[in-house]
Write a protein that binds this ligand. Sequence first.
Ligand code: LMR
Length: 334
Amino acid sequence: MKLKSLLFSLVAASLVSGAAFAQAPIVIKFSHVVANDTPKGKAAERFKELAEKATKGRVKVELYPNSTLYKDKEELEALQLGAVQMLAPSLAKFGPLGVKEFEVFDLPYIFPSKDVLYAVTEGPIGKDLMKKLESKGITGLAFWDNGFKVMSSNKPMHLPADMKGQKLRIQSSKVLDAQMRALSANPQVLAFSEVYQALQTGVVDGTENPPSNLYTQKMHEVQKHVTVTNHGYLGYAVIVNKKFWDGLPADVRAQLDEAMKSSTKYANAIAQQENDNSLEAVKKSGKTTVYNLTDKEKAEWRKALLPVQKDMEGRIGKDLIANVNKEAVKLGFK
Ligand code: LMR
């Protein structure tokens, strides 16, 4: 009788803990620094929706947009420590991690079209870059597009010489630093969350970003001029803490992989349109003028900034830059 009741309570206890286990979802904290209403914000929301559906609730994705949890530098540290599981930092932010090759994406005029970009991110170059993250305790899952950057400032900008002496906010990339110095400007690294205030208070004169970031952070309200330079690119790597990822049940990992594939397609499909809409909204706001360069002016910007590609060979790797340029040639450019 005693044995029977012991067995009974053991079975009951295991049922209770089994039920509790089945109910406790795996939580993915996904932190990022931009607004929800951006290509990255929307793709993160899509991932949450697909991941929770595919895993039938075994995984819960908690989104923390707009630097509500961490700023740029802190979020990378938090990922490595396991305080968050997923991020999508811009490719310009991997240098401080010691993976400077990612700064290839920051080189002025490196991508003559989005097709060349996709050939890089979806091909062997993208795979090799993601592999470099493994030794940092990070697994790279996907590249998400955003767009080409515009310049903003309180002064009109038609020619590279107009940037001379201006204090310009940049992301933490040595290539972006070199790019601004090539324009005889003074680059200042600031976290994304600090840009609006720095522009408003005059700590910096201007900055660069795709229109989607400019508009959703209301930077156009504190900048008198925007010039559509399209001089450089900004996109993302979606990354996870490697230990967390490797420790997931294999079926869950496969379902999340599928959800990530679909979200990536979505991110890349909406990016251009989102940026076009944002640029239109900036124009409509009437708060800032939007200037389109003439062909002659475009040529001047290229002349001023193209040498940065060569100057940065030592940092990024001559072969890597050459391989990216080869993708452009394969697609009929240059
Ligand atoms: C920036 O800091 O300007 C961007 O990287 C923000 C972002 O994540 O798009």
